[in-house]
Design a protein around this ligand. Structure first.
Ligand SMILES: Nc1ncnc2c1ncn2[C@@H]1O[C@H](COP(=O)(O)OP(=O)(O)OP(=O)(O)O)[C@@H](O)[C@H]1O
Ligand SMILES: C[C@@](O)(CCO)CC(=O)[O-]
Ligand SMILES: [Mg+2]
Length: 384
């Protein structure tokens, strides 16, 4: 049996980092996916191996299923379970012996999340799991969350814990309850990669569309206005876990100040939610709404700077787009990674071309992603 899953990446419009500390954040999925294929193999096929192929990094790992079973006795769990310290040690023993090149060492946490999700959901069946992603890894577009959501979805799709029509041709969505289960498992994977995730990234990847998120609770939002965002990848690598930890340390040093910062971000996200939800046309035209959103993005960026998560390259993007009177903010964990620039409806194509070519001349990579759309989906083939 073979099953495929795909889960979208995301952009955070407002509220990253502050959301980890209880503020509201607004995020939307983007139609750029992580794809996972799962194929069970017969023991004689392939010496009883669990294989993981990470195509984006051209790396392949395998473990005899007997070794995985030794590491996690009595592992199968029908409810999402956190990886305990003891289990983390067992995973480290399985990951440490892999020869992951130093430059790609960040992958170790992704491999650990894979081992946790596979052994917890599927147990110890020999299988080959192939992962390919259209998202840049570690750039703020939720690659880790879409990786965990797609893995959890593919693994759960082959269990009795969810009900899916295996004869369906083409991409298939989960029902409400099953989606909740996929999201909860994905969150357990994100915890292994991010340390202390808020859950917004896996939730928007699982559910799709635009969401407002606060303290683990999701509110679906029906946006009444089109949003066009230019995404600029500074190509500076960074690690979400370290950036989130850095903000928490700053909060411990300056609790009163940071409480105000997080509260200001909460108000920004609430205002953005109100603008997106308000009917168009009402007393505000699209252009007036866009101007308000630009101002909120600028204020959010200022607060992200005060959290210590901007970067010289992000500042270069801000300065460059400001020359064209365009507002930008970092998206995701910052420290490099991607920057969003709102492209107002009436902006001419010539200006977009100019700003893109100036940004690309700095060595950055620009693209306009389709915003919103479906969350995680499953495909039972045979022709995908
Ligand atoms: N396609 C993939 N193949 C292997 N590992 C992946 C893949 N996608 C994500 N990962 C794992 O996720 C890590 C990157 O996660 P990280 O949270 O730092 O960045 P991000 O999710 O892209 O950005 P953000 O969290 O700011 O949205 C990688 O180092 C790797 O461990
Ligand atoms: C930085 C952060 O707020 C968003 C990363 O995309 C972390 C999180 O919410 O888990
Ligand atoms: Mg991440």
């Amino acid at each position: 049996m073979e099953v495929k899953a795909r889960a979208p990446g995301k952009i955070i419009l407002t509220g990253e980092h502050a959301v980890v500390h209880g503020s509201t954040a607004v995020a939307t999925s983007i139609a750029v996916y992580t794809n996972v294929s799962l194929r069970f193999t017969t023991p004689s096929d392939d010496e009883d191996l669990l294989k993981l192929q990470l195509k984006d990094t051209a790396l392949e790992f395998s473990w005899p299923v007997s070794k995985v079973r030794e590491a996690f006795p009595a592992q199968l769990s029908s409810t999402p379970t956190s990886c305990s310290v003891e289990n983390a040690k067992a995973i480290a023993a399985l990951v440490d012996h892999l020869s992951i090149p130093e430059a790609k060492i960040g992958l170790a946490s992704g491999v650990s999340a894979f081992l946790w999700l596979y052994s917890s959901i599927q147990g110890f069946k020999p299988a080959t799991v192939v992962v390919t992603s259209e998202l840049p890894l570690g750039a703020g577009l939720g690659s880790s969350a879409s990786f965990c959501v797609a893995l959890a979805a593919a693994f759960l799709a082959c269990t009795d814990s969810v009900s899916l029509d295996v004869n369906h041709q083409g991409w298939l969505s989960f029902g409400e309850k099953d989606l909740e289960l996929v999201n909860k498992w994905a969150f357990e994977g994100e915890k292994i990669i991010h340390g202390k995730p808020s859950g917004i990234d896996n939730t928007v990847s699982a559910y799709g569309n635009i969401i407002s998120f606060k303290s683990g609770n999701l509110t679906y939002m029906k946006s009444n206005m089109p949003l066009k965002m230019l995404i600029t990848n500074t190509k500076v690598g960074r690690n979400t876990k370290a950036l989130v930890a850095g903000v928490s340390e700053r909060m411990l040093r300056h609790p009163d100040i940071m409480a105000f910062v997080f509260s200001a971000v909460d108000s920004i996200s609430k205002e953005l939610t109100a603008i997106l939800k308000s009917p168009t046309p009402d007393e505000l035209t699209i252009t007036e709404k866009e101007e308000k959103i630009e101002e909120l993005m600028e204020m959010n960026q200022g607060l992200l700077q005060s959290m210590g998560v901007s970067h010289a390259t992000i500042e270069t993007v801000l300065r460059t787009t400001l020359k064209y009177k365009l507002a930008s903010k970092l998206t995701g964990a910052g420290g490099g990674g991607c920057v969003l620039t709102l492209l107002p409806t009436l902006l001419s194509g010539t200006v977009v071309d100019k700003v893109v070519s100036e940004l690309e001349s700095c060595g950055f990579q620009c693209f306009i992603a389709t915003i919103g759309g479906a969350g995680v989906e499953i495909n039972f083939g045979p022709s995908y």
